[in-house]
Design a protein around this ligand. Structure first.
Ligand code: FES
Ligand SMILES: [Fe+2]
Length: 425
């Protein structure tokens, strides 16, 4: 089936069986999540030396910590002696981690420095240097910390492959970038991570239907008539994709406070300003499972509202099951009133009980259940929307930019990329 996808996907067909399947889930753990750069944390979650958070790559618990020199590190959260979980708190500050079983103690650099009764029971023979916490590769881009389990994987820069140009819209709203507003919202949902990642790679198609109330009640400035305007961009072979929706007549950088608009003119290139100043909705997926959405939203229907940015990690914890992580990020240099408003808008739309969130998960959990039925398994889905469209050669950003905002070009690139990862031994 995976082999056949290499031919099927470019022709606009994807097998139903890739969703909510136990064998696919197991293979993905190694071949996708074992090889890709997976999002771990935002740097502002661990601002000071010793700050740490616990995160995951596949089923590996990872300590993401800033060491005493200020360097961000990641370690497998497993004691090298018998495998106990070394750090049990979700977040905190620690110069050392001490295992609760036999007491092996590690510096936050991962170095093993304490072995109880080293003289008496090991007769000073155990070489501590051999038993440090297992390090995990980390690299960052503008505040985002990614980890990779594959020592052979290319650098994060190469992996992103030009997608940085688009990430800048979310991450460079001023000279000091962004910060998280509070801790992430977390919940468990019965949906395949791929459904969510695909949706945020530019499924503007569902918005006027699944979120119809948003248009009709005036929560955000778009209408079914103009909603499809804009462009969808993907990085060929990398799987990353973004949808940039535009609303004609919307003032440039609508919904941002003047301070942030001015700062963006400093931090972004003229080409980025030209593209992003026109954008209403920027919704993307960094392959495989990090998505980011920037959108204007009004808490009071009909009012102009503000922009909010949410980052979401669709962390797979079983076939057809995810642990959802959702952050709100705000421009670090923005006035406090704007940060507060932005967070409230995020919570109302995309917090755990957010209006848009409920619409999406209602659909995603339903379809995840349907696709595993015996009859459904052998079917295919149509992914042919936009097969007849041509890229815009004048678009100034990297990758392949295909107008308008809504079609399935991004998804075809994503599923072809996914299939290639899955086929590689
Ligand atoms: S399992 Fe950690 S010290 Fe034994
Ligand atoms: Fe949605």
């Amino acid at each position: 089936m995976l082999e056949s996808m290499l031919d099927m996907v470019p022709q606009g067909r994807v097998p139903v069986r890739i969703f909510n399947d136990p064998e696919i889930f197991e293979l993905e753990q190694e071949r996708v999540f074992g090889r890709c750069w997976v999002f771990l944390a935002h740097e502002s979650e661990i601002p000071s030396p010793g700050d740490y958070v616990l995160r995951y790559i596949a089923n590996n618990s990872i300590i993401v910590v800033r060491d005493e020199e200020g360097k961000v590190r990641a370690h497998l959260n497993m004691c090298r002696h018998r495998g106990n979980q070394v750090c049990k708190a979700e977040m905190g500050n620690a110069s050392h981690f001490r295992c609760s079983y036999h007491g092996w103690t590690y510096k936050n650099t991962g170095e093993l420095i304490g072995v109880p009764y080293w003289n008496e029971v090991y007769h000073r023979r155990l070489d501590k240097a051999e038993w440090a916490l297992v390090p995990v590769r980390v690299e960052t881009y503008n505040g985002l910390i990614f980890g990779n389990l594959d020592p052979e994987a290319p650098s994060l820069e190469e992996y992103l492959g030009g997608f940085q140009w688009y990430l800048d819209f979310y991450l460079k709203p001023g000279p000091n970038g962004t910060e998280v507003y509070g801790t992430p919202d977390k919940w468990v949902a019965d949906t395949d991570w791929k459904i969510c990642a695909e949706n945020f790679a530019g499924d503007g198609y569902h918005t006027p239907v699944a979120h119809a109330f948003g248009f009709e009640l005036g929560y955000f400035p778009s209408s079914a008539r103009t909603h499809f305007e804009g462009v969808a961009v993907h990085i060929p072979g990398k799987g990353h994709a973004i949808g940039l929706g535009r609303t004609p007549g919307m003032p440039p950088f609508f919904g941002f406070p003047p301070e942030v608009v001015e700062a963006m003119h400093q931090t972004l290139t003229p080409e980025q300003v030209q593209v992003f100043s026109q954008v209403r909705t920027a919704v993307c997926t960094v392959f495989p499972n990090l998505s980011i959405l920037l959108q204007p939203f009004s808490r009071i229907p009909g009012q102009p509202g503000v922009r909010f940015v949410t980052m979401r990690l669709w962390h797979p914890i079983g076939p057809g099951r995810i642990q959802m992580w959702s952050w709100c990020i705000v421009p670090k240099d923005a006035p406090q009133w704007y940060k507060d408003e932005s967070y409230l808008a995020y919570t109302l739309a995309f917090g755990a009980a957010g209006m848009f969130e409920q619409d999406d998960f209602e659909n995603w959990t339903n379809l995840t259940r349907q696709v595993k039925s015996t009859l459904a398994r052998d079917l295919v889905f149509p992914y042919e929307m936009g097969l007849d469209l041509e890229p815009d050669p004048s678009f100034p950003g990297p990758g392949v930019a295909v107008p308008p905002y809504v079609h399935e070009t991004n998804f075809r690139n994503m599923w072809a990329t996914w299939a290639r990862y899955m086929l590689r031994d």
